[in-house]
Design a protein around this ligand. Sequence first.
Ligand code: ZN
Length: 367
Amino acid sequence: MDTSDRDPTPTPAALPVPLVWSAHCLLHQPLAEIWLGVRTDGTEVAARATVIKEAVLAAGAPLVEATAHGDQTLSRVHDQAMLDYLRTIYPAWVDAGYTIDPGADRVVPYLFPTQGLLGGMELREPAALHARAGRYCYDTMTLVGPGTWEAARGAVDAALTAVDLVSSRQTRVAYALCRPPGHHAGRDAFGGSCYLNNAAVAAEGLLAAGHRRVAVVDIDAHHGNGTQSLFYDRGEVFYGSVHVDPGAGWFPHYVGFADELGVGAGTGANRNEPLAAGTGDQGWLAAVDRLAGAVAHFDATAMVVSLGVDAAADDPESPLLVSVDGYHEAGLVLSALGLPTVAVQEGGYHLDTLGGLVVATVSGLSG
Ligand SMILES: [Zn+2]
């Protein structure tokens, strides 16, 4: 391992990783989250992207504007009906008058067609738009507004542009500043402040570019239930995640346990490392090390890093207490695999420290 570049605050010339960016990512303004029935200020705000962009550019990364990509790769990840829903629901919501009566300025579900509700009956398309709002969205925290689709689609373009840079060997590592994040979004389900799964799209893009086996390593504080579900039965994509233990009461609560190992062709290509609150650098890095070992064992030819920095000590969303040096070290551990790597932004919510944490991790990933 190269130990010459361990300064977590590198000089500008020290970050040779392109920052891929779409200005559309700022258009998503959720305004709020409905938490236990209470309207609270959301934490997934556009300022997150702004502070990260400023910090990464200040560290010397070259800026690459995301280029528009067609829906081919995106459609491999998500159900077309959900894509159509996300593209059209907000204008339909406004046209139907919901912003005036009852005064809902964002699309928010009130009813979810769970297995218990359906009782084995087929899932029909509900006539009422307010009933459709729970068809794909699985929580009340992930609101849809006027720029949500454009931002989510811009994030996908950023991820795919980063894939292009890596696949064409212009760089070994590229960083896509995706916002909104994506790892909680599955084939026909979205939630957890995520709409389209940027990391999964990047993995599909790398496969399409000729990579035989792709590993997705998720270091966000929370389990990437969407990414896991998308690749759970796939043998050519490994998913490994280190996260705060859902069994101890943390989002996404229902999945992310250590005994989830994949099924069918994907058996053995899924690995979860749930950690207790207060784990800190040593235990967290040991788990990152185990994931890196699993990626090497999987014989991956390329890697996607779901780069969430909400495991950091100052973050309001998780209790894992990882330091900026810990994040840098995680980047170095993953860099030592020597793989073509696309890093995709996931969570991270503490605006004062967010930029430094991302710079530390990306500089680690660059080796
Ligand atoms: Zn998270």
